[in-house]
Design a protein around this ligand. Structure first.
Ligand code: ATP
Length: 327
């Protein structure tokens, strides 16, 4: 493989807190190893449009603490076409870029693998998504911050719920993955947690809420992932409970995009720093088509195709624990 002298870095797909810290780590690693570095604005879309910027160690000062991504993110239809990828390749060659670090989710990695297969261009992925739904890492960038944001918000909802003896359905992000719902639910002491991976059944929900009421609880919180398996959205769930348990005063709160924003947690900053350095070092070692990740608190790398195909299974033990501690 050609010697790596210049690396490009981009953020792609949904933004996540910690992406800036990862960009910083990639740029600073390049500076440390005397490599050139360019940032690509707006993911693959910016790459096709040649929207690139030369970065040095000083370009990334004061960003480790910032949410979002200074390079912006986008979804690109153009990169799904052969012509789009060809243009992207030509732009990288024109700028004498030898390798690409993609910070994003499985869609972004799928694009990166295709790009490597077509042009032999070295790529390494850094998992950046609040959903934590990527195989090959115990934590994706942004997940820990999103969890803390969700818990803080649910704590506040709990204050008003208990003042008025209300039942709140709180919807958190996670169309296909219940990691945020499950962990934030346990962390915030939710009475019930509804996730896409498990159909707990509506009867069970009613029974549990009725039990809580009889046990004398003054408020109840049900945390619902966007893609909860019951097939009902959060408003339909609230209505269903209101109809079946008229004693409850039910409210709905959707946390929405606030879960994506905010200053990254210390955990996400450290993770981003570790993964960013590893990504550059892998490329320098002549490696490609890998995703860096965390396993047992060690930085590891996984074949990017395996990471895309693998999925990430929910911790069933946590569901059991939640049942016990909300008795
Ligand atoms: P998130 O998990 O936040 O959704 P993601 O990386 O999975 O992040 P996607 O929108 O799925 O987000 O993918 C980001 C971009 O990657 C797409 O807009 C597209 O440009 C590129 N991409 C995704 N799938 C492919 C594919 N099969 N071929 C080429 N490019 C792809």
């Amino acid at each position: 493989m050609k010697k790596i002298k210049k690396i490009a870095v981009m953020t792609s797909g949904g933004d996540a807190p910690g992406m800036n810290a990862a960009i910083r780590a990639v740029v600073r690693s390049c500076a440390y190893y005397s490599l050139g570095c360019v940032g690509i604005y707006r993911g693959y879309e910016g790459l096709i449009e040649d929207d690139l910027v030369e970065l040095n160690a000083r370009s990334v000062h004061n960003i480790i603490n910032k949410g979002g991504t200074i390079l912006k993110s986008a979804r690109s239809k153009g990169f799904r076409t052969k012509e789009g990828r060809q243009k992207a390749y030509e732009n990288l060659i024109e700028r004498e870029v030898d390798a690409l670090v993609v910070i994003g989710g499985d869609g972004s990695f799928t694009g990166a693998v295709l790009f490597n297969e077509e042009f032999g261009f070295p790529v390494v992925g850094i998992p950046g998504t609040i959903d934590n739904d990527i195989f090959g890492t115990s934590h994706t960038l942004g997940y820990d911050t999103a969890l803390n944001t969700a818990v803080e918000a649910i704590d506040k909802i709990r204050d008003t719920a208990s003042s008025h003896n209300r039942l709140f359905f709180v919807e958190v992000m996670g169309r296909d993955a219940g990691f945020i719902a499950l962990n934030a639910g346990v962390g915030a002491g939710a009475e019930e947690i509804l996730i896409p991976e498990e159909d707990l059944g509506l009867d069970r929900l009613l029974e549990s809420l009725e039990r809580s009421r009889r046990a004398g609880k003054s408020s109840s919180i049900v945390v619902v992932a966007e893609g909860d398996k019951s097939g009902k959205n959060v408003y339909e769930l609230a209505k269903y409970v209101e109809e079946n348990l008229p004693q409850y005063d039910v409210r709905v709160s959707i946390l929405g995009h606030m879960q994506r924003g905010g200053s990254p947690s210390c955990f996400d900053r450290v993770l981003a720093s570790r993964l960013g350095v590893k990504a550059v070092e892998l490329l320098l070692d002549g490696k490609t088509n890998l995703m860096v990740g965390l396993q047992d608190n060690k930085v590891i790398s996984t074949d990017i195709k395996v990471a895309i195909a693998g999925g990430h299974s929910i911790n069933h033990e946590l569901l059991r624990i939640s049942d016990i501690i909300t008795t």
